[in-house]
Design a protein around this ligand. Structure first.
Ligand code: EPU
Length: 293
């Protein structure tokens, strides 16, 4: 295969949960790893940047034009369940929505993924940022992950080779695209699973509902909560243009209508500065950036 279709000059505002940002050089949605490899090579040959888009729920996209290609993993949606003696192995492509995985596990009585309750986005994005809740993450589930590096090398990583740290990309080797992963789950009681889902869901009670956000903007510093620190610094009163700090949780920034990426970034930096000046703590971004900031 040599040709994979793409959209030139594609706007990214409709493809991220903040609903802002400009356009990229091209956007393509490969259906599988071999199509993705063709696109990675295209970006390398053009000598421009390359970004990987999952569900768009944890990114801030620069305003204006980004001279880079964007590969959306959404069309890589293959999903297989392989029954095993005391559970099953789920093989899922990177674009499978996290919600779909959770629903499937509940349907099949496979426990271990309940921590994904309320987490938006795709499997690829969730693995890339090691998404989790209350100390639970993919570390205990992953058997292997397939990737293609931006210099074109395909590789299968066993879970033990990866660095599973709180909200940190498990790969330090340089930029790559996740294509597929295998997750191991055990058989569980439906009742217990529903109890777990309720418990994880309750943890999200203080978070803004229905607003345009990208989840928590900053990672929690060790032993503390970024939301708590931002709140103590009075950040809930801050806004820049239509970007405002959520009144329900200070680690969320809402686009209340027409905020630009520059507004959101300026507000995030203002909040970060306050916490540094007040507590000497440098908050680290949890969100990922597309383009220059
Ligand atoms: N708090 C405040 N004011 C605020 C926000 C929080 O005082 O504005 C206090 C809370 O009252 C609580 C403490 O800070 O005592 C911790 O807050 P919360 O329970 O909301 O948890 P969090 O540490 O802010 C983390 C994750 C969330 C995840 C929840 C529940 C990070 C950065 N955030 O939030 O993940 O949903 O725990 O498991 O790790 C995300 O990563 O995008 C995300 C939303």
């Amino acid at each position: 295969m040599s040709e994979v279709s793409f959209v030139a000059g594609c706007g990214l505002g409709g493809l991220n949960t903040w609903g802002c940002g400009g356009s990229c050089r091209w956007l393509a949605s490969p259906k599988n790893a071999s199509e993705a490899a063709v696109l990675i090579k295209k970006a390398a040959d053009e000598g421009t940047g390359l970004y990987i888009l999952g569900g768009g729920s944890n990114i801030l996209v620069q305003d204006g034009f980004i001279d880079a290609g964007v590969i959306s993993s959404r069309a890589m949606d293959a999903l297989e369940v392989h029954a095993e003696e005391s559970g099953a192995r789920i093989e899922a492509s990177a674009g499978v929505p996290v919600k779909k995985l959770l629903a499937l596990s509940l349907d099949k009585g496979l426990t271990g993924m309940e921590f994904l309750t309320g987490i938006p986005g795709t499997l690829g994005g969730a693995l890339f940022g090691n998404a989790g809740a209350a100390g639970c993450s993919f570390a205990q589930l992953v058997e292997w992950v397939d990737t293609i590096s931006f210099d074109g090398v395909s590789r299968r990583w066993r879970s033990e080779e990866l660095l599973w740290k709180y909200r940190t990309c498990p790969w330090s080797e340089g930029p790559l695209l996740i294509t597929k992963a295998s997750l191991r789950l055990s058989s569980g009681s439906r009742e217990e699973m529903i109890g777990n889902i309720r418990r994880f869901s309750a943890l999200k009670k203080g978070q803004p509902m229905g607003a345009k956000t990208a989840g928590c903007v900053f990672k929690n510093p060790e032993g503390d909560s970024a939301g708590r620190l931002l709140d103590l610094c009075g950040c809930k009163k801050l806004r820049v243009g239509a970007a405002k700090v959520s009144e329900s949780h200070a680690n969320f920034i809402e686009n209340s209508g027409g905020a630009s990426a520059a507004d959101i970034y300026a507000l995030a930096e203002m909040c970060r500065k306050r916490v540094y000046e007040e507590y000497g703590i440098v908050l680290e971004y949890e969100i990922k950036f597309f383009g220059a900031f």
